[in-house]
Design a protein around this ligand. Sequence first.
Ligand SMILES: [Zn+2]
Length: 168
Amino acid sequence: MLSFREAFEKRPLMRAGNERLSANFSLTELTKSDLAVRHGIDNSPDISVIANLRQVAEHILEPIRDHFSIPFSPNSGYRCLELNRLLKSPDTSQHVTGQAVDIEVPCVSNIDLASWIVDHLPFDQLILEFHTPGEPDSGWVHCSFVAEGQRGDVLTFTRAGYMKGLIA
Ligand SMILES: [Zn+2]
């Protein structure tokens, strides 16, 4: 039998409207998915996912927003397992726990964004994904944050697979 606290933490979130996670980022923008809507998938986060998304917003998204002074909204944040599988992403993806975001900042190349994060922020794993050398806007930056035991792992992912470090 679940304790009250466990039951509370596992309860599905009621439609929370535009709940704010941090000064510039809302729960809605970190859970929205056109694909989920198209497939009738309920991508509502539970309370533990919301807590993780708040950490990502405070420790990753806000410092990026402050530094570049450019508004942006993540391409992808939380993905429930069903949505994540639809995207052919592994079940172990940190998007499933609300610990990862995929981002691009207008007018900033993805390699510059990735390099700035690596040099200035604490993070668990950063992956420069689907970046084509010579095309600054190609791909996006995947970045995760965990409360404890951050790995500071830096990878580049292309159609050829994973490589260590940032490969521009
Ligand atoms: Zn990602």
